[in-house]
Write a protein that binds this ligand. Structure first.
Ligand SMILES: *Cc1c(COP(=O)(O)O)cnc(C)c1O
Length: 346
């Protein structure tokens, strides 16, 4: 079998949630959009519900509907995209809480589902989703007479603790919500780590739960082992892979392993020469381009060629891989795809 093996440590996810929750006086929710960052939204959310999490967030109503079936009644499921046209039945039938983004969404919501709980999303400077101060001021009294379960905003630069935008957004959010008797939420993982000023009544970590930066103390969650399909000796001057992008500077042994960009090992990993696979604790630099289903690595220095090489695990984190591919851990996780044989430990 050439299928790569992807293992997900659910107890690490629960431990990461508890560690974040212990830093805050407020409540700690969990973001499980994009199928729980590729880890499986249902199983991740059930694990976190057992650990005590009561508020979950997804990006779309369809994700929320699927999650409700996994979680059963009770926990809040917030939908970041709010109340889109066509979503009313899903929102009602699955008790979803849309995070209303605009005046239009607000009108749609109170017309279609009067009395159904919702949240408000405010724009504090990111200019991506949410009502601006003027819209909110116009709508505030109507909104507050309805069933608001949360007022939230999102930070654009929280992964840079010294960035002046953090303070600006904190101040804008505070001003827009002062005196309201509704739970507030400003922070994802990075904002949560900025400290208690940024916590309000609820935080919404995502990547930190799955072992990613900026939560440096997070336990690693995911590991991937890829079968070696073939090993060959390459002479100095011979090339490896598409476009002859790599030429052997000396005689080398090259292993070809099963997994490629269709499995989330994005092509950029091969482009800047910083990709590495691991044989136990021994790094093996990738050589040549990443193919759809295959990647090659230099194993010249190994005395024994193992049956599998690892790309994620104890020796290489999602952020190490992200650095090599010039991206962030979020993108590595959500790109991993559906071809791996998955296993979970509790
Ligand atoms: C994705 C997202 C989060 C979680 O962000 P992380 O950086 O993964 O912690 C929180 N809030 C909103 C609005 C999001 O879109």
């Amino acid at each position: 079998m050439s299928t790569g093996r992807l293992h997900i440590d659910l107890s690490a996810i629960a431990d990461n949630w508890r560690a974040l929750a212990s830093m805050s006086q407020g409540e700690t929710g969990a973001v499980v959009k994009a199928d729980g960052y590729g880890m499986g939204a249902g199983i991740v959310a059930r694990t976190l519900a057992k650990a005590g999490c009561r508020r979950f967030f997804v990006a779309m109503a369809e994700e929320g509907a699927a999650l409700r079936k996994e979680l059963g009644p009770g926990p809040m499921i917030g939908v970041f995209s709010g109340h889109m046209a066509g979503d009313s039945d899903l929102i009602r039938d699955n008790q979803l809480a849309p995070m209303i983004n605009s005046v239009d969404q607000m009108l749609r919501h109170v017309e279609a589902l009067p009395g159904h709980p919702f949240g408000i999303q405010l724009d504090t400077g990111m200019n991506r989703l949410g009502m601006e101060a003027g819209e909110w001021a116009a709508l505030r009294d109507i909104a507050l007479s309805q069933k608001i379960v949360l007022i939230m905003s999102h930070m654009s630069c929280a992964d840079e603790p010294g960035h002046p935008m953090n303070q600006q957004q904190l101040q804008a959010f505070t001003e827009m919500t002062e005196g309201l008797q509704v739970p507030r939420s400003l922070s994802a993982t990075a904002g949560h780590l900025l400290g208690k000023d940024y916590h309000f009544e609820l935080t919404r970590p995502g990547i930190g739960l799955y072992g990613g930066l900026p939560f440096a103390d997070a336990k690693p969650v995911v590991s991937i082992e890829m079968p070696v399909i073939q090993v060959r000796d390459v002479e100095a001057g011979e090339s490896v892979g598409y476009a002859n992008a790599f030429t052997a500077p000396r005689p080398m042994r090259v292993a070809t392993v099963s997994s490629g960009y269709a499995d989330g090992l994005i092509r950029a990993l091969g482009e800047n020469g910083r990709g590495r696979l691991f044989a136990g604790d021994q790094p093996c630099p990738t050589v040549g381009r990443v193919s759809m289903d295959l990647i090659c690595a230099d194993v010249s220095h190994l005395s024994d060629i193992p049956e599998t090489l690892s790309i994620l695990g104890r020796h290489q984190s999602i952020d190490d891989v992200a650095d090599a591919a010039l991206t962030i851990g979020h993108e590595i996780l959500t790109s991993l795809g559906h071809r791996y044989a998955r296993s979970y430990s509790e």
